[in-house]
Design a protein around this ligand. Structure first.
Ligand code: GLY
Length: 399
C-alpha cells in the first residue's frame, strides 16, 4: 500500500541533538551496577511475571514466559557494555542450560512469542561467544516453532492463544508483536541457508505491512483471518485502547521489526512502511518525549509506556544505520532517537533500590490492568540496547 504520511513538525527533529558521551557512559554504568547488585541480592533466576508488581520482579523462578529471553538478554547487553564476566557467566552458565531444558520439555513453546525468548536469550549467546550448544538449541527450537506457529497458507505467524475468542470467531490471527518474532525466521534462514525460513519471515512482514498498517501509518494490534479460507477479515486490539487506536508498544515492535526485516531482505517495502509508521509515532509523541500507552493519548494522566520509546529508539537507529547520508530521514531518525533516549535517561531511569527494573513508566497491559507505570524486563532490555547502540555504533544486533 502507498502511504503518504507526513511529519507534522519536522523542525522538532531536524536540529542535531547530542547526548554527552559521559552522560551515556554514566547511565550505562549505573544500569549495569544496578543489575549486578540485584542479582547478588536476589539471585539470577527469572521473573515469574511479565512485569513488576509494586516495582518488584519477585517471585523469581523458571525460564517459562515470553520475557525470559529479554531478561537473559539484559545480561548479554550488560556484558557488552561493561566487559564484566559476571554478566556473561549468568547468561551462559546459569541461563543457557534453561533454554535447553525449555526446548527439551516444550515449556511454553506453543506460543507466538518464541522469537522474543530465543533471539535475545539463546541466539545472543551464540552471536557473542560462538557457543555451539546455543546455536544447536536455537535451531532445534526454531524448527519446532516454524512447524507449530507459522501458517503457510495465511503467510503469518499465528497468535497462539486459543482461549481468546471475539465475536464467536476462533482467534486465527496475527499481531504487531510478531514483527520481532519474525527475526527468528531471518536468523535461522541466514544461519542454515534454508531459504524457506527467510521467505516465511519476509512473507510474515509483508502480511503485517498489508493488513496491520493503516493508510495513516498507525497500526492495528491484531488482525483476524478466516480459519478455513485464510482470507483477511478485520483488525482489532487486545492491549490497546480501541480496535481502531494504535497501541504504542505494538507499534514499536514494527518501528524496530521492519528495519530488521529490511536488514535481512533488502525489500524496500519494509523501508517505506517504516518511514510511515515512524512518522506516525513521532507525530504522537508528547512534549516530554515519553509515549503514553496508546497513541490515542498525547497529554493528560493516562499511564506512559517508556518501553515503547526504548524499543523505538533501537528501531530508529537500526534503520538509520542502513541509510545513505544523503537521505534526509537519516538525520531525523538519529535526532529523534537521541531526544527519546535522553528523555528516558532523565525521566524514566531509576537507579534506586525502590525498584527492581532499570526504567519506570512501563505499562504492560492497560485494558487488563496489568503493570501501569511499572517496570518490565523488556523495558530494561531495550533501554540497555539503546545505550549500547549509542556508545558502540559498531555493535552487531542480537536480533
Ligand atoms: N507480547 C509482547 C508485548 O506484550 O509487548
Amino acid at each position: 500500500m502507498k502511504r503518504n504520511v507526513k511529519l507534522i513538525s519536522p523542525e522538532r527533529f531536524s536540529a542535531p541533538y547530542h547526548i554527552d558521551k559521559q552522560k551515556l557512559t554514566n547511565a550505562a554504568k549505573a544500569a549495569c551496577d544496578k543489575l549486578r547488585a540485584r542479582v547478588e541480592r536476589d539471585g539470577p533466576m527469572f521473573p515469574v511475571s511479565t512485569c513488576s508488581k509494586n516495582f518488584r520482579y519477585q517471585p523469581l523462578g523458571d525460564n517459562a514466559n515470553w520475557v525470559s529471553g529479554m531478561y537473559t538478554g539484559c545480561f548479554w547487553l550488560a556484558y557488552e557494555l561493561s566487559g564484566d564476566d559476571f554478566f556473561k557467566n549468568v547468561a551462559e552458565e546459569v541461563h543457557l542450560p534453561t533454554y535447553v531444558h525449555r526446548y527439551e520439555n516444550k515449556i511454553e513453546l506453543d506460543d507466538h512469542d518464541v522469537g522474543f525468548v530465543y533471539m535475545p536469550g539463546c541466539v545472543a549467546a551464540y552471536k557473542t561467544t560462538g557457543n555451539p550448544l546455543a546455536k544447536k538449541t536455537a535451531l532445534d527450537t526454531f524448527d519446532y516453532y516454524f512447524n507449530t506457529s507459522y501458517s503457510k497458507e495465511g503467510k503469518f505467524i499465528i497468535r497462539q492463544h486459543t482461549g481468546y475468542r471475539r465475536g464467536g470467531e476462533y482467534a486465527y490471527r496475527t499481531m504487531m508483536d510478531s514483527m520481532m518474532n519474525a527475526t527468528f525466521f531471518f536468523w535461522a534462514g541466514e544461519t542454515t541457508g534454508n531459504a524457506e525460513y527467510t521467505k516465511a519471515g519476509e512473507d510474515h512482514a509483508l502480511t503485517t505491512e498489508k493488513y496491520l498498517i493503516r493508510e495513516d501509518g498507525s497500526s492495528f494490534h491484531h488482525y483476524q483471518f478466516d480459519l478455513k479460507t485464510h482470507e483477511p477479515r478485520f483488525g482489532l486490539t487486545f492491549q490497546g485502547h480501541a480496535d481502531d487506536s494504535c497501541w504504542s508498544r505494538g507499534h514499536a515492535w514494527g518501528v524496530y521489526g521492519f528495519p530488521i526485516a529490511y536488514s535481512y531482505t533488502k525489500n524496500t517495502i519494509f523501508k517505506e512502511v517504516h518511514r510511515s509508521i515512524t512518522y506516525f509515532m513521532l507525530n504522537h509523541l508528547p512534549e516530554d518525549m515519553i509515549p503514553y500507552w496508546d497513541y490515542d493519548f498525547t497529554d493528560g494522566d493516562e499511564p506512559r509506556d517508556s518501553s515503547a520509546s526504548a524499543i523505538s529508539v533501537c528501531g530508529l537507529l537500526e534503520m538509520a544505520k542502513q541509510m545513505d547520508d544523503s537521505e534526509p530521514d537519516k538525520k531525523i531518525f538519529e535526532n529523534a532517537a537521541a531526544m527519546m533516549l535522553d528523555a528516558l535517561i532523565d525521566k524514566c531511569a531509576d537507579l534506586t533500590d525502590a525498584t527492581d527494573g532499570l526504567i519506570k513508566f512501563v505499562t504492560h497491559a492497560r485494558p487488563q490492568k496489568q503493570g501501569l507505570n511499572e517496570c518490565a524486563p523488556y523495558g530494561d532490555y531495550f533501554y540497555l540496547e539503546a545505550l549500547l547502540r549509542f556508545l558502540k555504533p559498531e555493535w552487531k544486533k542480537h536480533w
